[in-house]
Structures are given as C-alpha cells and as structure tokens.
Design a protein around this ligand. Structure first.
Ligand code: SAH
Length: 357
C-alpha cells in the first residue's frame, strides 16, 4: 500500500483539533483562513464540498489526504411523553452505538457513547454483555453531538459521557474530543457543561484531575462494601472503594468541581435502609475528613435488562433509601426516568440490532 493511501486512511477530519486542521490546510497549499471555514462547517455536519466559501477544488484536495464520515441514523425513537430522542447510529465500519438527546429546563443534554461495547463487565449493564469491540475515535464521539444537533435543528447545551463504554478506558480519544467540542471556533460547549461518568478507573481519574479541566465527574459507586461492589463491578478488584474514593478526593482538591455519585438501586442487593446508612457512613468518613466536600448521590432505580433479570425496588423502598441518606447529611436525588415510552436503557438497542444481524 502506498504512503499516500495510508495517510488518507489515517486522517479523519472530525478527529482533528483546530491546530491540526490548520496544519493539514497549509500542507495542501491552502491559506490559513480556510481552517476557520472548515472547522465550523464540519462541526455543523457539512462535508467539505458542502461548506459555503470552501468550494470543490479545496474539497478535492482534502479528499485526497483525509476522510470525513458522519454516522447514519439507523433507528430513531422520540418520546411522546417528554421529547427525549434516542438514536442508534451506524458508524463507517457498520458498528452501531447509541446516543440520546434529553430535554431539560436548563437546555438540551446529549448523552454520548465512548466505545463500541464495553469491557468493564458490570453485572447490571447491557452495554458490556458482548464485551468491547473497539474504542471510538475523537471524531466519532464528536459526530454524535453533530448528528443530534443537525437532526433536531436544536442547540446542544450540555454533554454527559454516560452512554456505551467506559470513557476513561479510551482516555486519549476522550480527552481530544473534550478539547475539540470545547473550542470556541466550533461547537463551543463549556467544560462546566460536560459530565464524565466512570465505573471507577482510579488512574484515569487522577490523570483527568491533572488536566485541570472544570468538567463534572460522576462515579458509578453502586455499593458501600468491597464485597458487594466486587461482585457487581469487576473493576473494584483492580481499584477498590478506598482507592477510588481517594482518587475522587484528589479530583475535587485539584479541580474544585463537585463529584456526583451514581448509585443504582437493585432489589434485594444494595437497596435496604441499612445499605443507605452504610453508604452515608462510607461517604462521610472517606471524603469529609474535616473538609466541606460536597457529596451528592444520584439514585438510579435499575433499568431491567432482559439478560440480567435484575429489578428495581418499589417506590416506597426508594423513598426510604433516599430519606435515610438525607437524614445522615448526604444529599440525594432519585433520577427521573426520561423517555419512559421509548425505554431501552443504554446498550439495549445496540444489542437488539446486533442480534438481528
Ligand atoms: N462506564 C461509565 C459510563 C456509562 S454507564 C460508568 O460506568 O459510569 C452510565 C451509568 O448508567 C453508570 O452509572 C452505570 O452504572 C449505569 N447503568 C448501567 N446499566 C444500568 C441499568 N441497567 N440500570 C440503571 N443504571 C445502569
């Protein structure tokens, strides 16, 4: 294979930072100002030859050295209840991922996937059932925001990295995506409007802290003892609760950003009032240490996944759990289920599509 062909396969226009795009523009003999036109056009979902002012000649020069691919909307579901839109997107190699647009009072939030599948193995999660197929590139993560904005003709105000995959297991590409989506010459979403959720990759949390980006970190905690957490989340055998909470403390001290703790309520496993008391004790002792560490717990009644057979506790038990946390000084909210009529918790659409094939 010639070098030119290799180069063409390697450069993906959507994965380029502004500076990298500028380098490419100069390397094909175009003036610097083309970069601004291309960067903003690409991030509005236009292929180079469709961008006003850019023209066919420039598009051809770029096409000789780089590729650009916007995912195809394979399936789309719109909730009649609250307008939530759920997409199954097909990537250039045929793999599918899920992206969700949620409408809140404070604006539109898009939930993006960071990998095709996941290798973390949490027992309650549909995304991990077939393991990890591959990482998404920075451009493929970005293209989910672009697709949702283009399809709805609406602005995306917030991003949550809570879709398929473990973002800190695809660190470099996720970080590049964060830089690109934050760039004021493109989509321009402030770091304070971005949340990243992790199952507890302590090294990744510490690395992210060192980047000093003011993004919100969510830790999927789901249990108050190592015994239970290791049984439902294999990553706990690598970094246990004490190690991951100490990484969270470091994240808070470095960035000053509040950390939220996700706690999936599973009937009969982690959702009794005693569990709530133990969870509050754990967080208070591990994190407060004389500091005013703001602790917020998001309670998520488990979404039933047919392969797991797990069920959420009833409404009274959820209320009692939440009240017990509050009584012990831990703020808690029960996550509202959006799009109840298009209910397919993350990973389930992709699995259904894969099974059909
Ligand atoms: N890998 C990251 C982000 C993806 S999952 C993480 O683990 O945080 C986003 C959130 O949904 C996590 O808190 C995850 O534990 C939770 N989740 C996964 N499957 C679920 C299910 N069936 N019901 C409720 N929450 C679930």
């Amino acid at each position: 294979m010639s070098e030119a062909v290799n180069a063409k396969q390697n450069i993906d226009l959507l994965s380029l930072t502004y500076e990298e795009l500028e380098e490419l523009v100069l390397s094909v003999g175009e003036p610097k100002y083309r970069t601004a036109q291309l960067f903003s056009g690409l991030h509005r979902g236009l292929l180079p030859h469709k961008i006003t002012n850019v023209g066919k000649r420039v598009a051809q020069k770029l096409a000789a050295v780089a590729t650009c691919y916007f995912p195809e909307i394979a399936q789309k579901y719109v909730s009649a209840v609250d307008g939530t839109v759920k997409y199954l997107l097909r990537l250039s190699d045929g793999n599918c991922i899920e992206t969700v647009l949620m409408r809140y009072k404070h604006g539109n939030t898009v939930c993006v996937s960071s990998q095709v599948g996941c290798r973390m193995g949490c027992t309650f999660c549909a995304s991990t059932i077939g393991g990890k197929v591959r990482d998404l590139s920075a451009g493929e993560i970005l293209s989910q925001i672009i697709t949702a904005a283009r399809d709805t003709h609406e602005r995306v105000d917030n991003i949550v990295m809570m879709g398929i995959g473990e973002p800190l297991d695809n660190y470099e590409n996720v970080l590049k995506f964060l830089h690109i989506v934050n760039d004021s010459r493109g989509i321009c979403i402030g770091y304070r409007h971005i949340s990243l959720s992790t199952c507890g990759h302590a090294d990744g949390i510490r690395a992210l802290a060192r980047e000093e980006l003011p993004i919100t970190l969510s830790l999927s905690l789901h249990a108050h003892s190592d015994e239970v957490r290791s049984a439902i989340m294999p990553i706990n055998r690598r970094w246990n609760i004490s190690e991951v909470l100490s990484a969270c403390l470091e994240y808070y001290r470095t960035t000053g950003r509040r950390i939220s703790f996700e706690y999936t309520l599973i009937k009969g496993q982690n959702s009794s009032v005693e569990d709530a008391a133990a969870l509050a004790a754990l967080l208070n002792s591990a994190l407060r240490r004389g500091e005013s560490f703001p602790i917020h717990v998001n309670l998520i009644p488990v979404n039933p996944v047919k392969e797991t057979g797990l069920m959420p506790p009833d409404a009274a038990a959820i209320k009692a759990f939440s009240a017990e946390l509050e009584r012990r000084g831990v703020r808690a909210t029960v996550r509202r289920t959006l799009g109840p009529d298009i209910n397919a918790s993350c990973g389930q659409l992709r699995r259904a599509a894969a099974e059909k094939q």
